[in-house]
Design a protein. Structure first.
Length: 267
């Protein structure tokens, strides 16, 4: 197959970044044979441009609720949300990346800093690909309901679904990285018998238990930081009862707000 040529291939535009993401989603870039260099063969900068575009597309769908607000279209909210969604992901990654690399080194993982960054950008790509694919559904509910609490909780559920699938991808790719390195040490010419799939589980024999535990804990930390980062950057949906503002004052936290929103939805 021409995967390796395609990955390193020609062109550095948005279209090539889309192709890279498609290969990631299909599992072509995470087969053990494609990971023999100890990293996911992507260009992080190129893929990041695609991630930003997908984030902005989901932001547009997310802010559709503000366009059809009973008080008239809040176009400022649309622009703000399209900017804030990519900020949400990259600020969260910036805050949590140092801890992951240190934990990763402490448990004896052989992943370099560059390999960790490539792995996380690929994981982010999976996350936002799932998120943007659910965007039209979010837009549909935004148009068909006037319940602000419902839309808040619905978006939280969509983010959680995308994050869960991204976590599966991260752990399985980490497993395959360890498997590829082990196979190379044992037999550099060992064939790749795995069927391409981005989240198909492999045997745990190749991955140290502590390494997998560290990445699982980091995904929890990433989710917690991301949730609170979203609270800091709010509003995203646009409350029809509150005038538009880019940011709101510092108060409460994400988890208390979700409980309050649940109460509002059922009251």
């Amino acid at each position: 197959m021409g995967t390796d040529v395609d990955v390193k291939g020609k062109g550095s535009g948005l279209l090539q970044g889309v192709r890279d993401l498609d290969l990631i989603l299909r599992g072509e870039l995470t087969r053990p044979a494609s990971l023999r260099n100890g990293r996911v063969e992507i260009a992080p900068g190129r893929l990041s441009r695609v991630i930003v575009v997908l984030c902005m597309s989901y932001g547009l769908c997310m802010a559709t609720f503000a366009v059809f607000s009973r008080n008239g279209p809040a176009l400022g909210q649309v622009v703000a949300t399209m900017i804030k969604v990519p900020l949400l992901f990259y600020l969260t990654l910036l805050v949590t990346l140092p801890s992951l690399y240190v934990f990763n080194a402490l448990v004896g993982s052989r992943l370099s800093f560059s390999a960790v960054v490539r792995l996380l950008v690929a994981t982010l790509g999976v996350n936002v690909a799932v998120l943007s694919s659910l965007g039209p559904i979010v837009a549909f509910f935004s148009v068909s309901t006037t319940s602000y609490p419902f839309m808040i909780l619905f978006n939280v559920a969509v983010f959680a679904t995308a994050g869960f699938l991204a976590q599966m991808f991260l752990l399985q790719t980490l497993q395959r990285l360890s498997m590829a390195q082990t196979l190379i040490e044992a037999s550099p010419e060992a064939p790749d018998a795995e069927t391409p799939s981005a989240i198909r589980p492999l045997s745990d024999q190749f991955l140290g238990r502590h390494v997998k535990t560290i990445f699982r804990l980091w995904m929890v930390v990433f989710g917690l930081v991301g949730a609170q980062m979203g609270w800091v950057l709010r509003p995203f949906v646009g409350n029809p009862d509150v005038p538009f503002t880019w940011f709101r004052g510092r108060q409460s936290n994400f988890f208390e707000a979700v409980l309050h929103t649940l109460g509002s939805l059922f009251s």
